[in-house]
Ligand binder design. Structure first.
Ligand SMILES: [Zn+2]
Ligand SMILES: [Zn+2]
Length: 259
C-alpha cells in the first residue's frame, strides 16, 4: 500500500516564515512523540488529528519561533501521513546540531491519554520512513529522539518499537511466493530492458517505492534496489547492497513482509 499523504494544503498548514535549509541526504530518521497528552478520541476522529497537527505547527512557529512545524512528516492512527517540512528540507525537532543527520517523524501519541500506538500509527510511521528513504535519500538508521539528545521522547512504547527495528504490525503476514527468478541479474550500467525488469519494478512500486514501472533498469531502479537491500538488512532480511537484483533480492521483493 502506498503512502496516504496529507499535503500541507489539505491540512491547511500555514506558510513557512522563511526559507528552509536544504539537505541532500540523511543517515536516517528519528522518531518522536508529542510529549504531552493526546486525547484518546483521536483514534475515532481524524479531524482531531488535523487539529492537533495545526496546533503543533502554531506552537512551533509562535512559541518556539521556528519558521515552520519542526517535523519532516507526522503519522496518525489512521495510517495517514501529514506533510511537515517534507523531503530534502532540514527539520528542527531533533535538537540543535542534530537535524542534518536525520529526518524527524512524529507519531501522534503522547505521555498520557493515547500512549500506546495503534497499528495504523505504526504503519503510518513505516510509510513515512519508506517515503523518506525512497524520495528523500534517508539512510537506514531508525532512532528515537532520545538517541543523542536528553529527552524521554518518543516515549516507552514508541521507543521500544524503534529498538525492535520499527517492524510493521502483524509481521507474520501470509507468505507470498515470488515468481520464478528470470535467470539473469538485473543491473546497471549498462541499461537493461525487459518484462522481468517491469515485473520487479511493478512489485517495488506496489511495496510503496517511488518507482515508475517502464521495463528499463537504469539509475533509479538501481538506487531503489540498493535502498531496498539496505532496508531489508536493517530488518532481519540480510541482502548485499550491490544494487543488483539477483535471486535473493528478487525473492525478497515478493516474500519479505510489507505489512
Ligand atoms: Zn522528540
Ligand atoms: Zn488521523
Amino acid at each position: 500500500m502506498a503512502i496516504d499523504l496529507i499535503t500541507r494544503e489539505e491540512w491547511r498548514a500555514r506558510a513557512p516564515r522563511g526559507r528552509y535549509d536544504e539537505i541532500s541526504r540523511t543517515r536516517g530518521v528519528k522518531v518522536h512523540y508529542t510529549g504531552g497528552r493526546v486525547d484518546p478520541a483521536l483514534v475515532e476522529d481524524h479531524d482531531l488529528c488535523v487539529a492537533l497537527v495545526r496546533s503543533i505547527q502554531k506552537h512551533h512557529m509562535d512559541g518556539n519561533g521556528w519558521i515552520d512545524i519542526g517535523y519532516s512528516l507526522i503519522a496518525c492512527s489512521h495510517r495517514k501521513v501529514f506533510e511537515g517540512r517534507g523531503l530534502h528540507r532540514l527539520p528542527a525537532a531533533n535538537g540543535p546540531g542534530l537535524n542534518a543527520g536525520h529526518y524527524a517523524v512524529l507519531g501522534l501519541v503522547g505521555n498520557s491519554g493515547l500512549t500506546v500506538p495503534p497499528d495504523g500509527l505504526l504503519h503510518g510511521l513505516r510509510d513515512a520512513i519508506d517515503y523518506l528513504r525512497a524520495g528523500g535519500d534517508a539512510g537506514p538508521e531508525i532512532l528515537g529522539h532520545r538517541d543523542g539528545y536528553s529527552t524521554d521522547c518518543p516515549g516507552e512504547a514508541l521507543y521500544g518499537w524503534v529498538k525492535r527495528g520499527a517492524p510493521r504490525p502483524g509481521g507474520g503476514a501470509p507468505a507470498v511466493r515470488a515468481p520464478a527468478f528470470p535467470g539473469r541479474l538485473l543491473r546497471y550500467p549498462p541499461t537493461m530492458y525487459g518484462g522481468d525488469v517491469y515485473a520487479w519494478q511493478a512489485q517495488m512500486r506496489d511495496r510503496g517505492w517511488d518507482l515508475i514501472p517502464d521495463g528499463v533498469y537504469g539509475p533509479r531502479s538501481a538506487e531503489v534496489c540498493r535502498l531496498f537491500q539496505l532496508d531489508s538488512t536493517a530488518h532481519g532480511w540480510p541482502l548485499v547492497a550491490d544494487s543488483i537484483v539477483g535471486p535473493a533480492t528478487w525473492r525478497a521483493a515478493w516474500e519479505r513482509p510489507i505489512t
